[in-house]
Design a protein around this ligand. Sequence first.
Ligand SMILES: [Cu+2]
Length: 295
Amino acid sequence: MIVESQRWLSSVSLGRMIMQLLQRLPFTGLVVAALLSGGCDRAVQHEPKETAFRIVATDAGFEAPDAIPIGLRHIIFENHGSEIHEAMLVKLPAAMSAADFQAEVRRGVLFPKGILDYSGPGLMSPGEMVEMWLRVDPGEYVLICWNHSRSEPVHAFSVRSPLVEDAPPRADVVLKLIDYRFEFEGKLHKGEQVIRVETLGPSMHEADLFRLHPGKTVADIRRWRKEHLPVAPVDALGGPLDSHDIGRVVWLRKNFTTGRYVLHCAVPITTTPETTAQETTHADLGMVQEFEITE
Ligand SMILES: [Cu+2]
């Protein structure tokens, strides 16, 4: 015991001497940081890294990286265009190139054979931004805006090692997607809120998130989508799109103002390769819900 405490004391006074010496030198902070980190390599390796997957939509397509790490990604989606855009992640089967996928979509196919939807930020108005956290597996992917699937190019990207886990934020509310309805656990407030989105299914679902313009209703949303009207009755906020693997959880972070909002699921009732955009959607079966943020 005595030997141990002597060693501790001498190490303390040695440390103090080093500190006094360093305080007279420039770049002290850097040197101290280097000395302190010397003994804790493991801790340094586990520090979170900046791995945000930034996706910018323009009216000509996407600006995004060509490769991202495997694991839980923090997506930052910004719309710099003048139209409503979305950014769905789609994983391609081994034999399909991004050009093959694009060609099928241009023929009107919504679910080319073998592709897997991996969610992503849905319809979002110009000038808006949303953050999302979702998991990606190794492979070849495309980003596609289904609002302009024939006129705009997809963006091809790879998901490859290393494995990096971005930490999801703590959720304020949970949103459950069920055939054919939405259920909230908790209440949304104005300001920055995190929604943890779970799909209970059994079908896959999406949750378009719209803020109604004054005087507009759910019926106006329906007409706007069905008749492809040029002027939206809402601000579209980038709610989460569907995943083929419904066990996947997605987190969404968004700054909310007070107002009337609508959740809306536009997934078609059939998801075979022959499905077309004219198909009956979950919204047609009642998967539309209005709610209000009052405080
Ligand atoms: Cu649905």
